[in-house]
Design a protein. Structure first.
Length: 278
């Protein structure tokens, strides 16, 4: 039975997430706050526990600076330590829930996503675009389909994911190309497209057909399809996908048997969203 995935600690990497140049400190930029966020984002599924030196190295901070921030987060209840290793606490989820609770769309989407996952017997997720990454905002899991754990707050590169390409297709072509060129486009599998022009052509096809499929480009054996969720103005605000294992369901079979249900669910969520008052 499909169940809504309990939010997990975000999978992110300060060095691989969308590149941002830090503004100079001033009235509109609090550097200490920005550094605190970098410390939080340095924790991941691959590094759930870190020493002070590891946090400093991953964030580019001095040991003294990293220590001050970690102790502040510990005092506030967002970090705990055994005296050597630091780890995030469940309270960190409050930050993500504050964002999710401000978006009524996910209260509307969850039951429809659960129905879709139960119907196709595959995992179903929703994500939004953040720079050159997608960020998961809802997930209904039926099988473990990837080598990493995914949950609310998890990040993946947009260029090689079905939801990423769906979201990129909603951008103006010049902006979409800027995002692609700014992405760290590594060949994650032997099937991964990394050339910006080839990716742009794929995304143009997605824009034309209204849905996206990525076959083993993110991870070998993983196939996924995505459709857009739109607001009352027709603007894409998120993407919805279903993912499965190629050894269980081929890309062709997924398209033939599951795409109609995916598109219908995305339309239903979009329709419900359009009825919501601003």
């Amino acid at each position: 039975m499909a169940t809504a995935k309990t939010p997990t600690l975000p999978i992110t990497d300060v060095t691989s997430a969308t590149k941002r140049t830090s503004p100079a400190p001033g009235d509109s930029y609090v550097q200490s706050f920005a550094r605190g966020l970098e410390v939080i984002r340095s924790f991941s599924a691959q590094s759930p526990r870190q020493t002070l030196s590891e946090v400093a190295a991953r964030t580019g901070l001095t040991r003294a600076g990293a220590r001050r921030i970690l102790l502040t987060l510990q005092t506030l209840g967002y970090v705990e330590s055994d005296g050597k290793l630091f780890r995030l606490t469940a309270r960190i989820l409050d930050l993500g829930f504050a964002y999710l609770s401000s978006l009524p769309i996910w209260n509307l989407a969850e039951p429809l996503m659960e129905t879709l996952a139960g119907h196709v017997k595959e995992s179903c997720s929703a994500a939004v675009l953040d720079g050159s990454d997608i960020v998961y905002v809802m997930r209904v899991s039926t099988h473990k389909i990837m080598s990493i754990s995914l949950g609310v707050g998890s990040r993946l590169p947009a260029y090689c994911t079905s939801m990423g390409r769906m979201l990129l297709s909603a951008l103006p072509p010049d902006q979409m190309m800027q995002v692609l060129q700014a992405s760290e486009r590594s060949a994650r599998t032997r099937y991964t497209l990394t050339d910006p022009n080839e990716l742009a052509a794929k995304i143009a096809q997605v824009r034309k057909q209204g849905w996206s499929m990525v076959n083993q480009e993110l991870e070998e054996g993983l196939v996924s399809m995505a459709a857009a969720i739109t607001d009352r103005t027709g603007q894409t605000v998120a993407a919805l996908n279903i993912s499965g294992q190629a050894n269980r369901t081929s890309a062709k079979a997924m398209q033939e048997t599951m795409l109609p249900a995916l598109l219908e669910t995305a339309r239903s969520i979009s329709q419900r969203l359009s009825l919501q008052r601003s």
